[in-house]
Write a protein that binds this ligand. Sequence first.
Ligand code: URA
Length: 210
Amino acid sequence: MPPHLTVVEHPLIQHKLTIMRQKDTSTASFRQLLREISQLLAYEITRDLPMTQRTIDTPMQEMEAPVLAGKKLALISILRAGNGLLDGVLELIPSARVGFVGLYRDEETLQPVQYYFKVPDSLQDRRVIAVDPMLATGNSSAAAIDLLKEAGATDIRFLCLLAAPEGVAKMKEAHPDVPIVTAALDSRLNEKGYIVPGLGDAGDRMFGTK
Ligand code: URA
């Protein structure tokens, strides 16, 4: 089992993330960079996927070659910002099954409210990767993982772009069995539940909304 938190300190990821953080980075660049970083993070989060051997024929001879074992992966996007991470990960793992969990954050209580839930079948037999760029309070993420476990998932990973210590602590308390992979661990949350220094509202920045 990987550690509870992995911060991927790869130069390409860190460089791209710095551009994403800048407030004058355009929507188009933000989206493109998120796609690129998500692929690099996907590489890390799939590092320990179970493998099996298959007999194949090369033009030279028969051989036993490694292939991914078991059912297709399930990628779960936590709406709406999760879709920005999902696109890039799907490019790397095109055969993955895809699900969506719709949660919005009540701005007063900062608590998650569910409005959509649609996930692939047989979650209990799949490696599940839940994606959401911002692990802030951790309330939405923990609630999304609760729903995935209720739907049968037992082998879950969480992929995000930025994490706050508060969110990591919340996830560790609620779901110590769910390893987290992120590009950076920032300092703290502000009084509105935004990650500081962060990059602002990830959904607004990737979709060009306010
Ligand atoms: N969600 C965001 O989009 N940004 C934050 O900083 C926190 C939660």
